[in-house]
Ligand binder design. Structure first.
Ligand code: ZN
Length: 337
C-alpha cells in the first residue's frame, strides 16, 4: 500500500531568490540594525575581514542548506571573492553568480574578471555610486546574455550624492572618494546613459523610486527590466518600507524577491520577505518569489511554476489563512521535493 503523507497549508513551486550575497553569511548579527545606509556600508568595510576563512565557509554552507530546505531552487548571488564557489558547485540549488565591480579609490574589476571561469558567472556594476564612469561601463560589457544586477536607490543618499549633499556625500568627503560621474545628474540617468538598451537588468532595492525614475528606465530598455525587492534588508538597515511596490504593481512590471545577505537580514527566508507585503494577494506574491526570479535568470523554461515538463521543487507553506488566502505570522515553508 502506498505511503500517504498529509501536510497542512498550500503547495507552490520552488522559490527563486533574486538577490543574495551567500559569501557574507558569516556576518549574521555583526552589523547593528537601523544605522542607515552610509553607516552600514562603512561598517561592512570595518568588520568583513575579522573572521577566519573556516568560519566563513561554515556559515556559507549552513546558509545554502537552509535555503535548500526552505525550498529555494535558484539564487541570483552577488560575490566579491571566491569563498562561496565550492559550496555553490556542490549545492542542489542553481546559482547564477554576479561578480560585483566596485571601488572608487581602487576598482576591483581585474580581480572580478578572474572569477569569470566559474560556472554561470558574469560581471555586474555594484551601483550608481561606487565606481568610476569608465569602470561602470566596462562592467556592463560581455555577460553572454546574463542580466546585470545593480543595487539601485537603496537610500536617499544615492540621489543626494548627485546634488552634493546627504550621507553618502558626507562619507565620501571624509574619506576622500572622488566621483567622476556626477554630471549624469541622477542615478537613473547614469543607468540609461551607461547600460545598453538591449541588456536585461535586475534593479535591486528601489526604496526611493519615483514615477519619473520608472518612466526613464522603461523608456530606455528594450530588454526586460526586473525590479527586485528585499524588504527585510531595507528594514534592517534603514527601517525603510518598500513603498515602490504599489507603483510597480500599478504598471504591471516584473517584480522579484530577494533576501539580500545575512549581513543585513535575520535569515534568508523567502516566506519571511513575503510577509512584508500586506494587502498583496498571495498568488501574486508567490509569482514574484518563484516565476519572477526564474524569468530574470532565464530559468523559466524549467523553474518557477508547477507544470508538466518543468523541474521545479515542490514547496509546502504552512501557516496560511485559507479563508483569506494570506500568510499568517507563523507561516513557514519547507521543501517536499
Ligand atoms: Zn545586495
Amino acid at each position: 500500500m502506498p505511503c500517504v503523507e498529509f501536510y497542512a497549508g498550500i503547495l507552490c513551486a520552488g522559490f527563486v531568490n533574486a538577490h543574495s550575497h551567500l559569501e557574507l553569511a558569516y556576518l549574521k548579527g555583526a552589523i547593528a540594525e537601523h544605522g542607515g545606509y552610509a553607516s552600514f556600508a562603512s561598517s561592512m568595510t570595518a568588520v568583513r575581514n575579522n573572521f577566519a576563512e573556516q568560519q566563513q565557509l561554515k556559515a556559507i554552507a549552513e546558509a545554502d542548506d537552509a535555503m535548500w530546505k526552505e525550498g529555494v531552487d535558484a539564487v541570483a548571488d552577488i560575490v566579491n571573492g571566491a569563498t562561496s564557489f565550492a559550496t555553490k558547485s556542490a549545492s542542489p540549488i542553481h546559482y547564477h553568480t554576479f561578480a560585483e565591480v566596485f571601488g572608487l579609490k581602487r576598482c576591483n574589476i581585474a580581480e572580478q574578471r578572474k572569477l569569470l571561469h566559474n560556472p554561470d558567472t558574469s560581471l555586474t556594476p555594484h551601483s550608481t555610486y561606487s565606481l568610476s564612469d569608465a569602470d561602470f561601463k566596462a562592467a556592463c560589457e560581455g555577460g553572454n546574455g546574463a542580466p546585470l544586477s545593480i543595487h539601485f536607490l537603496e537610500s536617499e543618499g544615492e540621489k543626494q550624492l548627485y546634488a552634493g549633499c546627504g550621507a553618502l556625500h558626507e562619507w565620501y568627503s571624509q574619506v576622500g572618494f572622488e566621483c567622476d560621474f556626477l554630471h549624469y545628474g541622477s542615478p537613473v540617468e547614469r543607468i540609461v546613459k551607461s547600460v545598453p538598451h538591449d541588456r536585461s537588468v535586475m534593479l535591486v532595492h528601489n526604496c526611493c523610486l519615483s514615477d519619473s525614475d520608472v518612466d526613464t528606465i522603461m523608456n530606455h530598455f528594450t530588454a526586460s527590466v526586473y525590479w527586485v525587492l528585499c524588504p527585510r534588508s531595507n528594514s534592517y538597515i534603514s527601517g525603510v518600507v518598500p513603498h515602490a511596490v504599489s507603483l510597480l504593481r500599478a504598471r504591471g512590471l516584473n517584480i522579484c524577491i530577494g533576501t539580500d545577505s545575512l549581513a543585513s537580514n535575520w535569515s534568508l527566508s523567502m516566506v519571511e520577505e513575503l510577509k512584508c507585503f500586506e494587502g498583496v494577494p498571495l498568488d501574486e506574491l508567490l509569482g514574484w518569489a518563484t516565476l519572477g526570479g526564474a524569468k530574470a535568470l532565464g530559468l523559466d523554461d524549467r523553474l518557477g511554476i508547477i507544470e508538466p515538463g518543468r523541474r521545479c521543487g515542490i514547496v509546502n507553506i504552512s501557516g496560511v489563512n485559507l479563508d483569506t488566502m494570506s500568510l499568517t505570522e507563523a507561516a513557514t515553508a519547507r521543501r517536499l521535493l
